[in-house]
Write a protein of this length. Structure first.
Length: 409
């Protein structure tokens, strides 16, 4: 078995399966992972690396075709909840080492994260979070408006009272990460089956027995739900309540700019949720969490949210208020009531595990989550206690355990 931070030792040549597995669906698997996004891919890699012999990933479309194909790729440890801080830290380490393990270039760019703070109350709250982050080893700090302007020249320093900054944060390439994890998982013996939809999860005597799909039935004693915004439906198939709600979020792209934009941190205005960063095409990526957006599975790009974006930009970053958005895309957040993930084993059905509901943080936390689910399956003690992230926290008296995360965009 491999340790938490080292690759598995050499073993006999593993069975390698193609991404779109030809021939009939395997009749059985030790573990079936529902969802071929970054979380499912990370779990598949970590399980296969640990020597789990039959890992089957089921993806109804292509890998990274859901939420993992449409994030902004942010990676950070700047959170308010110590649990999220440690998940972010652990994952940042893994993202930086991705070229060696599992072995792929995911374009990590440590431009830093810069939270713009427009009130003394927000500055005080972020100072408290920075104190917690520093206590856990995160290199973050509160900086002055002038220092923030030096990092991000677009900022009007008169519009903020302070900013929170960590130089170790940044962004990476989501699709490359998904494919890198899955290639490594296949090398280690996992099977990835695409264009295969899950129709049901059969449980008998309170235990998982099989997964029914459009390509047939797979006998198994373990299912991991990593289906993102579609997780509530997958959980319901097994009789497990996973309170996940889909919510559309949109991104606009400026295309190449002339002159090229300066290198700036991943910049977020905490008050309005406006955010932006540079891209590899020499332009900017623009976004905003539109409070008018209704929950649902709509994934068509539209431009109505650019109105509040431009209004927020006029207050904080005036040079971006009228910048042209040449294109864009829409994706789905997988929201939970407290904006924290759902990670754990179901109490209702033996053999049903879940890792979902990341509320916009799934990509950045995926490496650590893969480790954790591996350990939960194998009966090991994870590097951090994820008991507080159990779905049971939303059931009855357990609601007292709900833990809000303040650093949400």
């Amino acid at each position: 078995m491999s340790s938490e931070s080292e690759p598995a030792e050499a073993s006999p040549a593993p069975r390698i399966s193609q991404t779109s597995a030809p021939g009939p669906l395997p009749r059985s698997a030790e573990v079936v992972i529902v969802g071929g996004g970054v979380v499912g891919a990370s779990i598949a890699f970590h399980l296969a690396e640990a020597g789990v012999s039959d890992v089957l990933v089921l993806e109804r479309d292509e890998p990274a075709s859901g939420s993992s194909g449409k994030p902004i790729g942010g990676i950070r440890a700047q959170f308010s909840d110590p649990l999220n801080i440690r998940l972010g830290q652990r994952s940042l380490e893994a993202w930086r080492a991705f070229a060696a393990r599992p072995g792929a270039d995911v374009g990590v760019d440590s431009v830093g994260y810069l939270f713009l703070l427009g009130s003394e109350a927000d500055a005080a709250a972020f100072q408290q979070a920075v104190d917690v982050q520093n206590g856990l080893g995160v290199d973050s700090r509160i900086i002055t408006p002038a220092e923030a302007h030096a990092l991000c020249p677009y900022l009007d320093p008169r519009s903020v009272v302070a900013a929170a900054y960590s130089p170790d944060d940044g962004y990476a390439l989501p699709k490359e990460a998904v494919n890198g994890y899955l290639r490594a998982a296949r090398r280690l013996g996992a099977t990835v089956r695409t264009h295969c939809s899950v129709l049901g999860v059969d449980a008998e005597g309170g235990e998982v027995r099989a997964v029914r799909t459009t390509d047939g039935t797979v006998q198994t004693r373990a299912v991991v739900c990593a289906a993102g915004a579609w997780s509530a439906a997958v959980g319901a198939m097994a009789g497990v309540d996973l309170p996940v709600t889909p919510l559309r979020r949109q991104i606009a792209l400026t295309g190449p700019l002339s002159p090229a934009p300066p290198r700036v941190p991943f910049t977020l205005d905490f008050d309005s949720t406006l955010y932006f960063h540079g891209d590899r095409a020499g332009g900017l990526v623009l976004g905003l969490s539109d409070p008018r957006q209704e929950p649902g599975f709509e994934r068509e790009f539209s431009r109505e949210w650019l109105e509040p974006f431009r209004a927020a930009a006029r207050r904080r970053v005036p040079a971006l208020a009228d910048i042209e958005a040449k294109s864009g895309w829409a994706g789905l957040y997988e929201m939970t009531p407290d904006c924290n993930a759902l990670i754990g084993r179901a109490h209702e059905v033996g053999g049903f595990l879940y890792a979902t509901g990341f509320s916009g943080h799934g990509f950045l936390q995926a490496p650590a989550v893969g480790e954790i689910v591996r350990d939960l399956y194998l009966g090991r003690t994870p590097f951090i206690d994820v008991g507080p992230l159990s779905a049971a926290r939303f059931q009855g008296a357990a609601e007292a355990a709900v833990r809000p995360e303040a650093h949400i965009i």
